[in-house]
Design a protein. Structure first.
Lengths: 100, 132, 144, 132, 100, 144
């Protein structure tokens, strides 16, 4: 399953709820304001760090760029992809679930 | 692979219709098929031909209409959601007595029922949702 | 599944999950999601509903919308059984966080045509882990 | 006391324009003055005359238009926000070449600039914001 | 100062942020989905309970009714008001701040 | 204050606070709030901006919106000094929660016409308690 999250983890509980419903082998893609969740050293970063072994994490690069979030400032191990990479991720997983 | 896309938010206010547009372009660039794009909730507002964004900004309605023309995309606006929010094609504008020339549905969009959304789920290999 | 369907030329129903995570009335998502479920019921697919996070408030007892001038649509959930929509997965942890129990929700039932039309509960109380499992089994997940 | 009201969200999708309507009625019922109601962001969509809500639902545009007529309210839709979202009065529709009859601004609303919002802040005793 | 909060405390951090910026003598009015914050015995109710001495809390009754939230289920000491009571609250405080 | 103004027939400027709590680009609120600030600057009021919660990201350095096809408006904050908007209250706790420091924000300055047009910083780093105090002093609080 591919999960997409488009909300800031500082503003809403959406990322948290998503992560609690991920299973081993799932992928989580952060898009739009959701990319704020990729920042390391924040009040929210522990949630992603805690799931990094079981779940693969991706960030939509154009959204990270827009918000001034460079790769170096992201939690280690998060993969940065572009829109075509997003399409590939969707293709690779039978189902996508948008956490809105 | 056959993709379908659901857009749940209106233009400019939320990024959803921007992301959906970029995603749809990427789907096509990768050689996949786009069965349909369905606009629901405030997403129906993407289909208004009356929007006049600032000149230095993007024009989301036009971008979608152009993409639809270029790739023969099926852009469907939900009729129930559209009525609530004041997006009408000519038939609807006439039926509700809104006067000559009042229809505001943009070129390349058509209005239809929610069954079209369910069909997307049934017939596509992948359905991706963009919203708020 | 779609591969199998192609092979036989016969369409196997897909598993559709409608995910409800938002409270009613403050925004229209709950109401317009319900409108999709109603239309979708006519398509003979394998439909489930999930209620988690604030979505559990959609099923709350005792809603009275007269004061806010909006239409109350909570009763419509009770009618879904007649359309073959009989699986309402409600997440236990979401109820607990909100100080709710099953008793705070409407009773929703359906008549089981495979069991002498016995009246059975539509609400299935599940743990978060069980709900994740339900989500993982779907072909199509619609969230609003 | 002189009240002003800012409405930041569109009709039906968010409750903001409902709450603002009930609040405005209560302000009037209590004998206060309503200097102006300003519609910004998606709030401009409240002023679309093309909405056709289901018959068993409320009609927010009509409720606002009726209230404005009854109490001589000044309902102002922000011009910049309205252009982005496709809400145009006759002058705007003509200026942007949208065709005869295309104007969709509802009766009782007028389109003006953001200065009207600042004025509300300066001249009212109380300004109350409804949004999302 | 009168603060209004229209978001669920389970979905967003808005109520929390509002409460951290309230000062002694302020009033907080819960409206729309914000009324969910009035429920007692929830994961969020401690925040309001912790501020009850310094801040006066109000709930918009019609919004609570719509969501099936009766007075008995609310945190003790929260006042239920109607739209006219909302107007009075605004009139009583020099400034209102909407936490959106 | 408005009483005093009435008494003298002269209008005393009101204290306007624009509260920014949302991140840019994901929603339009930050941009359209900025449009109000720009127009408001012409009215000779006493204007302050507050950046707290995700609003601090509006001022973040290094924004590049080419990839998302949206207009970057971060530079406009730097122009506000020319319009007399010189008080940007940024909340320390909001930065800290997000792993940010003042160095991660754009430099925003104004020329102080009361002090020989010296260039001074517009950003005022404040604690949560100090920001609450600023909020309490306002006549009009606009949030979007």
């Amino acid at each position: 399953m591919l999960h997409t999250v488009n909300k800031s983890p500082f503003q809403t509980t959406t990322l948290q709820s998503c992560l609690r419903h991920t299973r081993k082998g799932d992928a989580v893609l952060l898009i739009e304001d959701g990319v704020l969740g990729a920042l390391k050293g924040t009040d929210a970063s522990g949630d992603i760090w805690g799931r990094r072994v079981e779940v693969a994490f991706y960030v939509l690069g154009p959204d990270a760029d827009a918000r001034g979030i460079t790769k170096e400032r992201m939690i280690d191990g998060i993969n940065v992809i572009d829109y075509e990479g997003f399409v590939d991720l969707v293709a690779q997983h039978k189902t996508s679930q948008a956490w809105l | 692979m056959k993709f379908s896309i659901l857009v749940n938010e209106g233009p400019y206010t939320h990024q959803a219709s921007d992301t959906a547009l970029q995603f749809t372009r990427a789907v096509l660039a990768k050689g996949h098929e786009v069965m349909r794009v369905f606009f629901y909730h405030d997403g129906v507002n993407v289909g208004s031909r009356l929007t006049v964004p600032p000149q230095d900004d993007r024009n989301l309605q036009k971008s979608w209409s152009d993409l639809a023309e270029e790739h023969k995309l099926d852009l469907v606006v939900c009729i129930a959601a559209a009525q609530r929010r004041g997006i009408l094609d000519e038939g609807e504008a006439k039926r509700h007595g809104k006067g000559e020339g009042a229809a505001n549905l943009a070129p390349g969009f058509r209005i239809s029922g929610l069954g079209q959304l369910i069909e997307m789920g049934i017939e596509s290999d992948r359905l991706v949702v963009f919203g708020d | 599944m779609s591969e199998a369907a192609k092979g036989t030329g016969k369409k196997v129903p897909k598993k559709f999950l409608y995910v409800n995570r938002k409270a009613p009335y403050g925004t229209i998502y709950a109401l317009e999601a319900l409108e999709v479920v109603l239309i979708g019921a006519a398509f003979d697919q394998d439909v489930s509903l999930a209620f988690l996070d604030d979505g559990v408030f959609q099923l709350a007892n005792g809603q009275d919308t007269k004061g806010i001038g909006m239409k109350k649509f909570a009763n419509t959930y009770r009618a879904l059984g007649d359309y073959g929509v009989t699986k309402f997965y409600v997440e236990k942890e979401s109820l607990q966080s909100r100080g709710l129990t099953l008793g705070d929700l409407q009773e929703i039932t359906y008549e089981d045509e495979n069991d002498d039309f016995k009246e059975k509960p539509s609400i299935i109380l599940v743990s978060r882990a069980e709900l994740s499992e339900v989500m993982a089994q779907q072909d199509v997940v619609l969230s609003f």
